[in-house]
Design a protein around this ligand. Structure first.
Ligand code: HPA
Length: 277
């Protein structure tokens, strides 16, 4: 089953029929919201609101571990994270979609691994992940290709078919937030090769990888980044852009749900091979 994590302004997926609402407890605490199981043309989807259904959780306080763990718990094998970003790359205009291929992490305070070695807690269940955690192993996952190639290819096909403007290779810079960046920070990120900036893309991608799940990130540019915009940034601008995109995002998710099959052509499931010490 596909799992979708909705970001700012996206608290449900249009066009899907709700069939269940699940409150999941995890060994890592409470996820941001209940998981909504919804259906479209016989395919189920699990939806979670990253900031909570009432948007009461700021980016630096999202329990990313609980969110990813909870999605796995309900049977999700593939995750699509959706998020609003600011454009660092001036070719990316507000309203454009970006399929993320790599990231730069500038966060400061987030729990970004399930594998805490001797300091970790025990988890229930039997499987490679549970064995690694319960045997207190230290685990280093490969990040050569952090985002699932298969979901990215499907997203590219869907966006092309729909004629929505997009960039297929975006480098995501993740900042700690909740403040926006300074113009000097944006100039540095640009020099480092960043295309877009957001506050929630990390550690979501890494945590999904640590559970050998497929993860892709589809971002929507809500604004030119600080200093490029030539005006002050507001949360209002971000939310308005995401609200304006709700129908399109629903269309993308519907097409993705139909195109994704149970067969995986990617290597995401092999992430844990040779990763434990
Ligand atoms: N910076 C960080 N996060 C964001 C931005 C931005 O400019 N726009 C939307 N989310």
């Amino acid at each position: 089953m596909l799992g979708v994590i909705g970001g700012s302004g996206l608290y449900k997926i249009e066009g899907f029929k709700k069939i269940d609402e699940l409150e999941i407890e995890t060994p890592f605490g409470e996820p941001s919201s209940p998981i909504i199981i919804a259906e479209y043309e016989g395919r189920n989807l699990a939806f979670l609101s990253r900031h909570g259904t009432d948007h009461s959780i700021p980016p630096h306080l999202v329990n990313y571990r609980a969110n990813i763990w909870a999605l796995r718990e309900v049977g999700v094998k593939r995750i699509l994270g959706i998020g609003a970003v600011g454009s660092i790359n001036e070719k990316i205009k507000p309203g454009d979609y970006i399929i993320i291929t790599d990231f730069l992490d500038f966060t400061k305070s987030r729990k970004s691994t399930f594998y805490e070695g001797r300091f970790g807690k025990k988890v229930k269940g039997k499987g490679k992940v549970e064995d690694l955690i319960n045997s207190k192993r230290v685990v280093h996952v490969d990040m050569t290709d952090p985002y699932c190639s298969e979901i990215r290819a499907i997203l590219k096909a869907v966006l092309s078919e729909k004629g929505y403007p997009f960039k297929e290779n975006g480098v995501y810079v993740c900042t700690e937030g909740p403040r926006f960046e300074t113009p000097a920070e944006i100039r540095v990120f640009k020099k480092l090769g960043g295309d877009v900036v957001g506050m929630t893309g990390y550690p979501e991608v890494v945590l999904a990888r640590e559970l050998a799940l497929c993860y892709a990130s589809l971002c929507i540019s809500a604004n030119p980044a600080a200093g490029i915009a030539g005006y002050k940034l507001t949360s209002e601008e971000v939310i308005n852009m995401m609200k304006a995109k709700t129908t399109e995002i629903g269309e993308i998710i519907k097409a993705l749900t139909i195109k994704i099959t149970d067969k995986h052509s990617c290597d995401c499931g092999k992430t844990l091979e040779g990763a434990g010490i």
